[in-house]
Design a protein around this ligand. Structure first.
Ligand code: ATP
Length: 362
């Protein structure tokens, strides 16, 4: 990709707390843009989600989809509402549609325990947990989404699909990611029971052979759930099938302070969407108390991804600046979000992080 410094970000706040946390992520991005002064972020807001569906009959209007296609990256809040559903009763999931349309095969879910945040695990200190769950997002058990079969009200089946292409590219992504981290990849599967997972493991091993300097290991999903609770310090990048990744990433988020602390990136070869791992949290929507840190860290991941893709070191530095500012605010503890035992509103947390960005050296 050629070097460039003007970027278009399509912003999709969505529903519920997605709207509140996105406002703070945008505030922080503006602060980084001003602080570094060497790139511009043209951020345009676009409608999507459950309220949009209620109003227009479409949860991802064509205009929004086109904006996402043309943008350099997409920043998303959260989408959906328990009371607004399609005629068949299923939930609206435009964020999943984006994964399919743009082939966003890598679900990158960093889980890091920051200072000032308490883990439910005993004897775990900040810095002890710093891992990434890498979830394959285009196949696995989700390949069957809406395509399962119910026979005569007696038998139901969903089919798990693994392809060579899908297994290869997610494994390659895992090794590339580990290269810039602690150089260790764990393949999580159930290869002792299922042919599909044995195939995934075989392809993973073939890819691993091309990366001899990076340590690899295998675990079974059941044992991995145990290890994440018993010894999370030992893991760096964990690569796994769609459904296992879905479950493991929520477990890992639970270890680092909950959904309000868990950022994510849905990344493909040509497009990427960055969003907090949490949903719209209707129970706290509109109260101004949602933790915006997951959304803000997702915005930091977006800068890092854009910077690496376009060889722009300042964007990568911008991503680091966001992480440093979040770390300092949490360490200081004066503007602690409500879900972390503090009393700071969504906006107060965003403003505290913005103020740090204005002061931090880079
Ligand atoms: P979905 O079905 O899309 O995952 P959900 O509302 O059922 O949405 P989440 O939004 O992921 O589930 O979160 C579950 C609960 O965790 C929320 O009801 C809320 O209490 C809490 N929570 C999630 N995100 C945050 C946040 N950013 N700040 C504070 N609490 C949060």
């Amino acid at each position: 990709m050629p070097n460039k410094s003007n970027f278009h970000i399509a912003v999709l706040p969505g529903d519920g707390i997605g709207i509140d946390v996105t406002e703070e992520a945008v505030r922080v991005l503006r602060a980084v843009e001003q602080r570094l002064g060497s790139f511009t972020l043209k951020m345009t807001n676009h409608e999507s989600g459950a309220i949009c569906y209620q109003r227009t009959g479409n949860d991802l209007p064509r205009e929004t989809l086109n904006a996402c296609r043309q943008a350099d990256a997409v920043l998303l809040g959260a989408m959906g509402h328990p009371d607004i559903r399609k005629p068949d009763g299923t939930e609206l999931t435009p964020q999943v549609t984006l994964r399919v349309v743009f082939d966003l095969y890598a679900g990158v879910r960093p889980c890091k325990l920051y200072p000032g945040v308490r883990s439910p695990l005993a004897n775990i200190k900040p810095g002890d947990i710093d891992l990434v769950i890498l979830r394959e997002q285009t196949e696995g058990l989700f390949a069957s989404q809406m395509g399962g079969i119910v026979l005569g009200d007696q038998v139901a089946t969903d089919t798990l699909v693994m392809t060579r292409k899908g297994s290869e590219r997610i494994s390659e992504f895992a090794f590339q990611l580990a290269q810039s981290r602690r150089q260790k990849v764990t393949c999580v599967d159930k290869a002792n029971i299922f042919k599909s997972y044995a195939f995934f493991r075989r392809v993973f091993d073939e890819v691993a052979a091309k990366h001899p300097t990076i340590a690899k290991q295998h675990t079974y999903i059941d044992a991995q759930a145990l290890f994440l609770v018993q010894k999370p310090q030992q893991f760096d990048v964990l690569v796994t099938e769609n459904m296992f990744g879905d479950i493991l990433s929520d477990l890992a988020a639970g270890l680092i302070g909950g959904m309000g602390m868990a950022p994510s990136g849905d990344i493909g070869d040509h497009h990427a969407v960055f969003q907090p791992a949490h949903g719209t949290a209707p129970d706290i929507a509109g109260k101004g108390i949602a933790n915006p840190i997951a959304a803000i860290l997702s915005a930091g991941m977006m800068l890092d991804w854009l910077g690496r893709r376009h060889q722009n070191a300042d964007l990568v530095a911008g991503g680091r600046l966001i992480e440093c500012a979040v770390t300092e605010v949490l360490e200081e503890g004066k503007s602690m979000p409500v879900d972390q035992g503090g009393a700071a509103t969504t906006q107060t947390v965003g403003l505290a992080i913005t103020a740090r960005i204005e002061k931090l050296p880079f």
